[in-house]
Design a binder for this molecule. Structure first.
Ligand SMILES: C[S@@+](CC[C@H](N)C(=O)[O-])C[C@H]1O[C@@H](n2cnc3c(N)ncnc32)[C@H](O)[C@@H]1O
Length: 199
């Protein structure tokens, strides 16, 4: 699927599509965001300027702001962002895709960027494009946390709700080209330091 098709489908999606726990209860859904914010806080320094890329309706961005982070929540769907603003004024929202986000930021750089359940829905080409934009939005030495799954049988998602998986070799090559150094962590997502790309 093209990035445009994925973006359009998410903009029209029922809010229950965001996370399986939303079909259990709203309480379980928001609690999962708090738990994941606490996990992110184990690798992102206190008070950092962070970007939640593909933030949805703020499941993780809102608890990150409550932990004291300066959060910029970016999503292609204004409907998602409106739901954040209804809940809290503490999160800056930006309606954009990866390219729009880059022009919104200009020369400003984030201490940390995370993208949870976003890259997984995109093709290999679009995912690499988004990650290179996220890397460019991160200061040198900053942290990126990417939900970017590896599989022994990598395959591209076949629908907007599907999951694209990668081989470890594909990721190693992409990291060198984009400027990401893998960081050991106990988190269930890839954690990277922003470094200069290999020439
Ligand atoms: C599965 S939801 C995840 C929301 C949130 N990250 C979470 O974990 O609760 C995917 C979100 O990513 C957004 N999204 C998907 N592709 C995007 C893109 N290329 N640029 C910006 N936002 C995107 C969708 O609008 C949707 O809100």
């Amino acid at each position: 699927m093209t990035a445009e098709a994925v973006i359009q489908a998410w903009d029209r999606a029922d809010p229950t599509a965001i996370h399986p726990l939303r079909q259990v209860s709203e309480e379980a859904y928001w609690e999962s965001g708090k738990v994941q914010a606490d996990m992110l806080a184990t690798v992102i320094p206190d008070g950092a300027k962070v970007m939640d890329f593909g933030c949805g309706d703020g499941r993780v961005a809102i608890p990150m702001a409550a932990l004291g982070y300066e959060v910029t929540a970016v999503d292609s769907s204004q409907r998602m962002l409106d739901r954040i603003t209804e809940r809290t004024p503490d999160v800056t929202t930006v309606q954009a895709d990866a390219d729009g986000m880059a022009s919104h930021l200009g020369r400003r750089r984030m201490d940390a960027v995370y993208a949870l359940a976003v890259l997984i829905h995109h093709s290999y080409t679009d995912c690499l494009h988004i990650i290179s934009r996220l890397r460019a939005a991160t200061k040198l030495g900053g942290i990126l946390i990417l939900d970017w799954p590896v599989s022994g049988q990598p395959a591209e998602a076949d629908s907007w709700i599907g999951v694209t998986t990668w081989s470890a070799q594909q990721q190693t090559k992409a990291c060198a080209a984009i400027g990401l150094e893998s960081v050991d962590s106990a988190l269930p997502w890839g954690v990277y330091r922003a470094v200069r790309a290999a020439t």
